[in-house]
Write a protein that binds this ligand. Sequence first.
Ligand SMILES: [Zn+2]
Length: 202
Amino acid sequence: MKNNKTNQSKAISAQKPIRLMVFIHDDLDGYDKDKLYNDHFAWLKTELEEISGRGVLIIFNSKSTLPEMTNYQYKNESFYDSGHGWKAMVKAFTSKVEEIRPYDPDLNKFLLLTRNPINSSVAGAAIHKGQSGIASIFYYMAPAHEIGHMFGATHEDADVIYDGWWHDTIMKADWATTLRGNSYRFSDKNRENIRNYLSQFD
Ligand SMILES: [Zn+2]
């Protein structure tokens, strides 16, 4: 069902929440979960809630709950193959629990959080407007970046903010080669892209 645009502000609190299922890869065993949350997700939750007016739930899953997901072999010379292998795992998982716990394909996203990049040049991968992604903690903004892709944000619409120093917005993708800082927010255009994507859903 489509939202009635004129009614949107009134309907906001009734809109379904965004649910981010984060699978913490086994190679992050021993990492402090609070630190992982604070470094990579706490500010993203605030950003997505401000953009969308929806609640954002971030759920950490680790080896003890889903061993077959958290030991996925993500390292691959082809980030495409790695991303699509993970997509297949997510599909197998969601169809297995379909009866008892259906996941909303549009508002529930599945991110594999890894210690290392996928290969020497790629820190993450996600399907544009899709349900699955992989991101390394190697860069602070990589998880937010891949989640951004899943909600319709693009590299083209990223920008750099100057406030005494240059800070990249989340969808800039050249972290390894820049001296700029992190802005921990999406560009105005990408905020709009995410809003447009979400406005299709209840
Ligand atoms: Zn990207």
